[in-house]
Write a protein that binds this ligand. Structure first.
Ligand code: FES
Length: 159
């Protein structure tokens, strides 16, 4: 692994600290990946290599676990991540209209990041608040009872 910039040194240190926090236990791979993804924005290839080396788990296995979970990002994301609930109860509550409106408002397709690096748009399965569907998460904030005409105000809160 090549480490020659301040950012990459910080990355190495952050990953090391997280692995140490979980005592490098193989059974803690998922929480380790989730925390690295949260702290660094995504699991970069060097981070994946470092996790693999330190935990003695093949890179292919680390990648396969990381890419399986929606809350673990293997690609860099925008400054804000929208997770829109695509499960049936939200869908029948009007989710499709809101989902289409978000894509139109942000000019971003599902799974992509906006050209200005501000937004990443993804879907998620049930967020556990179906009674107030349609529902989306913006970063750590949950919004329910969504209507297309609310989107400009909600999204306008984020810099
Ligand atoms: S189905 Fe959307 S929150 Fe449960």
């Amino acid at each position: 692994m090549t480490v020659n910039t301040k950012d990459s040194k910080d990355m190495v240190k952050t990953v090391d600290l997280i692995i140490d926090e979980f005592h490098a236990k193989k059974e803690e791979l998922i929480p380790i990946l989730m925390k690295v993804s949260q702290e660094l924005g995504h699991i970069s290839t060097p981070a994946l290599e470092q996790i693999s080396e330190r935990m003695h788990i093949p890179q292919s296995q680390v990648y396969s676990v990381a890419s399986f979970y929606r809350l673990i990002y293997t690609k860099s994301t925008g400054r804000h991540v929208i997770k829109f609930c695509e499960s049936a109860p939200c869908h029948v509550a009007g989710g499709r209209e809101v989902w289409n409106a978000i894509q139109k408002e942000l000019k971003v397709k599902p799974g992509e990041t906006s050209a200005d690096g501000k937004w990443t748009l993804t879907t998620t399965s049930c967020l556990g608040v179906c009674a107030v569907g349609p529902v989306m998460m913006v970063d750590e904030d949950i919004y329910g009872n969504l209507r297309p005409d609310q989107l400009t105000d909600i999204l306008g809160k984020y810099e």
